[in-house]
Design a protein around this ligand. Structure first.
Ligand SMILES: NC(=O)c1ccc[n+]([C@@H]2O[C@H](COP(=O)([O-])OP(=O)(O)OC[C@H]3O[C@@H](n4cnc5c(N)ncnc54)[C@H](O)[C@@H]3O)[C@@H](O)[C@H]2O)c1
Length: 265
């Protein structure tokens, strides 16, 4: 039974979390009320108190994580153990087998992965339940400047930072892709969960100066059928690593989990 009003705490007041709080305050998701925001940096006034995590959890029926993989790794299992539901945006955290196992064993709170920057995950999940896929590939194309990583050699970093050439920065398995590009490839894990096996997901990551919109091309083949999705998202004005649609996907997830959804789920 869904309570009449779900009290939501948002962790992370950046590009995603801020929009989520503003929309919840405006009553966009009936039945979900924002009660606090948690961030390790001082935030401007968002109309809800900024509290330390432990204080905020005392108020929460639901936590909406929009912060970092580290927050998921450190706090998700404890949140679920308190019987609080958790919506995860930093989905890439589950590429780590230890975090994945800890979440799978935790409860009684439930955790949901938002669909985030992509779509088509519903039919892939349904098809995988019918019979396992044999091939799943994700090709993601972003502006080169958003792909610079601390571990890269100076020449590769400089080439990407210049932002004037097409560069393939990664080709390989889903777990490794997420480890190397933790802020850019959450979709690998979301896709892996949809098809039931993250290790099945082969990834290519490209930097392209013409990619003013972030592109995700998904191909999946199996006994049930073949699926192709092309997604082009406008980057968020606040954070070009994040697509502008993501907070709205998070709000949709909240409507399904805790609100009164009407329409396609
Ligand atoms: N699932 C998806 O499709 C998808 C898409 C885009 C981004 N993301 C992920 O969502 C998360 C948020 O993205 P964003 O664009 O809003 O980032 P952002 O950098 O704009 O904002 C993140 C906020 O979280 C806060 N934060 C970070 N670590 C924290 C900690 N340990 N404790 C408290 N606060 C902390 C930061 O201070 C910042 O205010 C990132 O992990 C990003 O990779 C997921």
């Amino acid at each position: 039974m869904i309570p009449a009003e779900v009290r939501a705490v948002v962790i992370g007041g950046g590009a995603i979390g801020r929009t989520v709080v503003e929309a919840l305050r405006a009553g966009r998701i009936p039945g979900v009320r924002p009660v606090a925001i948690v961030d390790d940096q001082p935030l401007p006034d968002l109309g809800v108190p900024q509290l330390p995590l432990t204080e905020a959890l005392d108020l929460a029926d639901l936590v909406v994580e929009c912060a970092s993989q580290d927050v998921v790794a450190k706090h998700a299992a404890g949140i679920l153990a308190r019987g609080i539901d958790l919506v995860i945006t930093s989905v890439g955290a589950l590429a780590d087998a230890g975090t994945e196992a800890a979440l799978a064993a935790a409860g009684p709170g439930r955790f949901l992965l938002t669909s985030g920057a992509a779509g088509g995950l519903d039919i892939l999940s349904a098809a995988a339940a019918q019979a396992p896929f044999t091939r799943v590939e994700l090709t993601t194309t972003k502006l080169p400047t958003t792909l610079v990583q601390p571990w890269m050699d100076a020449e590769t970093s400089a080439r990407l930072a210049a932002g004037d050439q097409c560069v393939q920065v990664f080709a390989g398995g889903g777990r490794e892709a997420t480890r190397l590009f933790p802020r850019s490839l959450n979709l690998v894990v979301t896709l892996g969960w949809a098809v039931g096996d993250i290790d099945l997901v082969a990834v290519r990551l490209l930097g392209d100066p013409a990619a003013t919109r972030t592109r995700h091309h998904i191909e999946a083949d199996g006994p049930c059928g073949s699926y192709r999705f092309d997604i082009e998202n406008l980057p968020s004005a606040e954070n070009p690593r994040t697509s502008g649609v993501v907070p709205h996907a998070v709000l949709r997830t909240l409507a399904v989990l805790a609100g009164r959804p009407a329409g396609v789920v």
